[in-house]
Design a protein around this ligand. Structure first.
Ligand code: SAM
Length: 221
């Protein structure tokens, strides 16, 4: 049975029984999402002038990345797609302390629960500026005609799921990107960076979240 535990910034994470790892950094789920996905992904793209942004997330999990993206919207429109092969159940997502730790409004909490309840493939408007589509599918089987500006690559680490960090999968993701897009991830493993390069991403090493020296941003130029 998956276990709900506290990470070091006081926010919850889950230890996956199936994969034997946690969904977030033990140093803090919220600080990891903020550094890797919001600062290096969303804020970076916004700083380049984007206002209508298509995001693809690999691994919806607890929904924290989606929630913090939704919470960060100011003067932009987001079309958010997320992939999840093994969704957590209601008894787990209703126990997560993110609404409390992130001081969510009632509307934002409802939005968070609506994301979890969404049926696969249904586009729902969480707010005027945030469209959300969850695909309950393995990334290996996912196809789309959409093109993305940001990919949040939040798979379990290569030590648990090596098959999700391959040159072939990165090439598939490259083809789903708009020119100028970025892929951001906490992973900084050499073989993964080589996989990104072989898929034609330009690779940047950035300072990682607490407890991690480095993270990676791949760019489509
Ligand atoms: C590191 S966790 C994601 C954490 C998540 N972004 C969050 O904010 O809580 C990795 C997620 O990938 C999902 N997953 C594992 N294998 C997958 C696959 N082949 N395709 C799609 N999702 C997969 C897991 O069930 C898990 O939810």
């Amino acid at each position: 049975m998956d276990k709900l535990v506290f990470s070091q910034d006081g926010s919850h994470t889950i230890i996956s029984d199936r994969f034997g790892v946690s969904y977030h950094s033990k140093f803090g789920s919220i600080q990891e999402t903020q550094t890797v996905f919001i600062d290096a992904g969303l804020d970076y793209i916004v700083s380049r002038g984007y206002r209508d942004i298509n995001i693809l997330e690999m691994g919806f999990g607890t929904g924290l990345n989606a929630l913090m993206t939704y919470q960060s919207i100011k003067g932009i429109n987001i079309n958010y797609h997320t992939l999840e092969a093994y969704p957590i159940v209601e008894a787990q997502y209703t126990e997560l302390n993110y609404p409390e730790v992130l001081s969510l409004t009632e509307d934002q909490t409802k939005g968070f629960l609506d994301m979890h309840k969404a049926s696969s493939g249904d586009k729902i408007a969480i707010s005027e500026n945030f469209d959300f589509t969850k695909h309950l599918i393995k990334i290996e089987d996912f196809t789309t005609s959409e093109k993305f500006d940001i990919i949040y690559y939040d798979a379990f680490a290569p030590t648990s799921q090596e098959e999700l960090w391959t040159p072939e999968l990165m090439a598939k993701l490259y083809d789903m990107c708009n020119p100028g897009a970025v892929l951001v991830t906490y992973c900084a493993k050499g073989s993964f960076k080589r996989a990104l390069r072989s898929a034609r991403f330009t690779v940047e090493a950035l300072d990682g979240p607490e407890g991690k020296r480095e993270m990676t941003r791949g760019k489509v130029v």
